[in-house]
Ligand binder design. Structure first.
Ligand SMILES: Nc1ncnc2c1ncn2[C@@H]1O[C@H](COP(=O)(O)OP(=O)(O)OP(=O)(O)O)[C@@H](O)[C@H]1O
Length: 260
């Protein structure tokens, strides 16, 4: 693993409450790509994203982000993180919110107009945030995360609740950002978003069960869509039983990995 990786995770374990919700993840996320983190509700996606941004207490393992330990102070302005709940001030307009966050982050004031344009919020710029729809509020949070042009964007279900047109526009934005060198990790429980990613990490029950390109995953599983591929990977693991799980490369998924 080297400089081409934005994130390197080794044998990561996390316990939340009584259960182990991440169970020995080893994975590498390449730089300058849109990496989709897909899996059913409760599979551990949010917990993994929290580990990457350094806000999750971990049990063991290491998480290295842009060459530094996750959570390091030096990473604060290099990472943009959008949670599932919008984190904006209701009593400010869209532009006022973004102006405030730009000031706090030390981002140039000109960034406000840029991120409003990128997230398609031009028509709502002077609207109070409390009067926006849920999808629009989510985009204000995304716009805030784009301020200062962070090297890594960690986005938890950014397209949830958006109509197909906006969803398509946001994926196009993610790819433009990646083409300009930004690394993105985007979670979703909607399997049909898989095809839009450069790489996929499929999660289930606190484990990454596949790490591949969308086309590589379909080829490896002989399936036509991500939903079928996901099921095929699960079946193959169950058929492999404990022998497969306890093999010498247990839990190891690298940028070159294949669905197993
Ligand atoms: N604060 C907490 N205390 C105890 N258990 C928790 C806590 N937060 C999450 N969990 C558990 O950890 C597991 C993984 O949750 P996580 O939110 O990471 O999943 P997810 O894949 O992001 O799900 P979703 O798509 O619904 O957001 C779940 O079983 C959940 O119940």
């Amino acid at each position: 693993m080297g400089a081409e990786l934005a994130i390197e995770i080794e044998d990561l374990r996390v316990r939340r409450g009584k259960s182990e919700v991440l169970r020995g993840l080893t994975v590498g996320v390449p730089r300058g790509k849109v990496v989709g983190l897909l899996g059913p509700s409760g599979s551990g996606k949010t917990t993994l994203l929290r580990c990457i941004v350094g806000v999750q207490r971990i049990t063991s393992g290491t998480v290295t982000v842009l060459g530094a330990p996750a959570g390091a102070a030096s990473l604060r302005r290099r990472i943009g993180y959008v949670t599932q709940s919008a984190s904006v001030y209701d009593d400010l307009t869209v532009r006022e919110n973004l102006g405030y966050f730009a000031h706090v982050l030390g981002a140039p004031a000109s960034d406000v107009a840029r991120v409003i344009g990128e997230t398609g919020l031009g028509d709502q710029a002077t609207q109070l945030t409390s009067s926006l729809s849920g999808g629009q509020r989510g985009r204000v949070s995304l716009a805030a995360a784009l301020l200062g042009a962070p090297e890594l964007l960690v986005l938890d279900e950014p397209t949830a609740g958006l109509d197909p047109v906006l969803r398509t526009e946001l994926w196009a934005l993610f790819h433009r950002l990646a083409d300009a060198g930004t690394s993105l990790v985007v979670s979703s429980h909607v399997m049909d978003e898989a095809a839009r990613c450069d790489r996929l990490l499929l999660m289930r029950d606190g484990e990454v069960i596949a790490d591949d390109t969308p086309s590589g995953l379909l080829a490896a599983t002989g399936t036509r869509d991500a939903e079928a591929a996901f099921l095929a990977v699960i079946r193959a693991r169950e058929a492999g039983g404990d022998a497969a799980r306890q093999g010498p490369h247990h839990g190891r998924h690298t940028a070159e990995g294949r669905a197993r």
